[in-house]
Each structure stands twice: as C-alpha cells, then as structure tokens.
Write a protein that binds this ligand. Sequence first.
Ligand SMILES: Cc1cc2nc3c(=O)[nH]c(=O)nc-3n(C[C@H](O)[C@H](O)[C@H](O)COP(=O)(O)OP(=O)(O)OC[C@H]3O[C@@H](n4cnc5c(N)ncnc54)[C@H](O)[C@@H]3O)c2cc1C
Length: 311
Amino acid sequence: MASPPLFDRIGRFLEGEVRADAPLAPWTSIRVGGPAELWVKPASIDALVTTLSLARSEGVPVHVLGGGANSLIGDGGIPGVTVKLPGDLFAEERQIRADDGLITLCAGAAIAKITNAMKALGLVGAEFLAGIPGTVGGAVTMNAGTRSGECMTVVDAVELATPDGVGWVDARELRYGYRHTVLPPGAVVTRARFRLPKGDVAESQRKMDEDLGYRKRTQPLSQPNCGSVFVNPRPHHAGALIEQVGLKGHRIGRAQISTLHANWIVNLGGATALDVTSLMALAQRRVFERFGVELKAEVKKVGVFTPIPEE
Ligand SMILES: Cc1cc2nc3c(=O)[nH]c(=O)nc-3n(C[C@H](O)[C@H](O)[C@H](O)COP(=O)(O)OP(=O)(O)OC[C@H]3O[C@@H](n4cnc5c(N)ncnc54)[C@H](O)[C@@H]3O)c2cc1C
C-alpha cells in the first residue's frame, strides 16, 4: 500500500488523529481485518469536510467507520481514507416539548445514548434500539432495529457532511428500507435528531429489560462477533437453515458458526477475515444446495478480501 504518499497528499493537511497503516480490527466488534491505508479521526467538523474534499480532489475513496458492529473488514485492509468520527464532535442537545421531545446526538456517539436520553426525558418509542451496539451514524445508515421497530421511524432530521459542506436534511426526504437508508453518495452522517413521544417510562424500561434478557440468552455476546451475518430470507430464518445443514458450531481456522445461534459467526481469537468469509460461503453453498434459498450478507464487507480457495 502506498501509505506515505497518501499521508503526504492528504494526511499532513488534516487536523485530528491521522495515521498511515492503522490497524482496524480493534475498532470492529468481530476483531478481524487489515489496516486503514490512512486513518483520520477529524478534530472538528471543518476538518471532516476538508478530509472529504481533499479525498475527492485526489480521487481517493473514503470509508466511514462507526462502531464497526456491522462491518467485516478484509485482511488486505481498506485502501484510501477511513474516517472515524469522534463521539464528542458536538454536545448532546435535549429539548422537551408539550407532547414529545427532541434529542440531537453526534453521529459518533454510542446508540445507547439515545435510549439513555429517552429515559431521562420521560420519552418512549426507541426501545427496539436497546442492546444494539454501534454508533448513532451507523444506526441511521443501517436503519438499525428489530421486529419491534426501526431507527428511521424515530429520526426527525439528519445532518450530513459532503465535500461541499454540512447541512441538515429532513428525515422525510430520505428513503429507507430493511437495514439501509439511502444517503446522497459520499455523504457522512454527522448528527441525528430523534423525535420521541412522552409516555410510560416504566413500561418502556420493562420492554428494554425483556429484550436485553432475550439477547443475553440467545446471542453469543461474550465472544467477538458482528451480529446477524445473513438477512433472514423470509419466510425462513437464516439461523434455522444453517443449523439444518449441520453447520452450527462448525469452525474454519479461528472462526466458528456460533453454537448458540447459527446466524452468528464468532471469533475464537486470532480469526482472519478469510476464516469468516469461508464460513459464510460454506453456509451459503450448503443452504442453497439443500433448500434453494440464497443467503444474503447483512454484515457489510469492506476493503480487500483474500479470495476463498477452491475446494
Ligand atoms: C452483538 C450485536 C448485536 C446486534 N444486534 C442488532 C440488531 O438487533 N439490529 C440491527 O439492526 N443491528 C444489529 N447489529 C448490527 C449493528 O449493531 C448495527 O448495524 C449498527 O447500527 C451498526 O452501527 P456501527 O456504528 O457499528 O456501524 P459500522 O459497522 O461502523 O458501519 C456500518 C455501515 O454504516 C456506515 N456508517 C457508519 N457510520 C456512518 C456515518 N456517520 N455516516 C455514513 N455512513 C456511516 C459504514 O460506512 C458502514 O457502511 C448487532 C451487532 C452486534 C455485534
């Protein structure tokens, strides 16, 4: 990787944490993957816009990393610029109104801040976000949620940065669907404003406790993982199909299809992205051969991946 030239071309002009060949695995929940060619943690919103505009003028790709809870980074790392937004680029804002409240959070802040602020203000309606790891920016981009609800239904507005500047967009102008929100190309979410109604906080807490208990019982939370690996191919469940083809607990290298939930892959310590993608390909092949169902990845693959060896 030509890291010194990229550092010279872009990095040295930027304000913030800027590193060439920076390891990324520690910044993801599954802890695999190679380095960022250039890692930038901008010190300010202006530094972010400068990063985006210099990258554009140099023709360099930009990847935004949130909490890395839905990202699988290739062993060859991420070419170009990887932007990591700090969690405190803006102060949290809370506003209570007659029937509802507004909570504005920095995109780099943890998703848990939404539910914490909701509780503190006597608001309800974002219970489904409890226990989802990652950042506010990742939750907006992925339209994170569960069967009980999805992020974009409680978002009022989103602030976006592009190489040309920063501005707020009404959430009604953004299209979204299952686990994705359509953002303008190259846009980075810098803040999100949530609008939530007042309601029964005790009942809201009860729902969140119930969900968290369910997660603890059914998900391998003590091992590094990236959440659900495949989208459920309705009316089926990816985990049930993978279990039925006998792959629950199957290992390749240091990655394993979880013994607790077959739609999850865990890192047993020292796994590579190739171990993970090989397991994914095996599950896809076996499920397709047996059921004719195509499993599509829910986890976002980013960067350069080693090809999976032919059997
Ligand atoms: C234990 C566990 C449980 C999970 N449970 C759920 C669940 O119940 N429901 C669910 O929906 N998900 C779940 N996930 C997946 C993950 O938590 C969500 O997708 C979350 O929203 C990812 O946020 P992140 O900040 O970690 O995103 P990342 O993984 O860092 O990024 C995901 C994508 O969003 C983009 N992105 C991130 N931030 C920005 C930004 N500021 N601007 C523009 N693009 C950005 C990235 O470029 C990437 O394409 C789970 C994951 C784990 C590990």
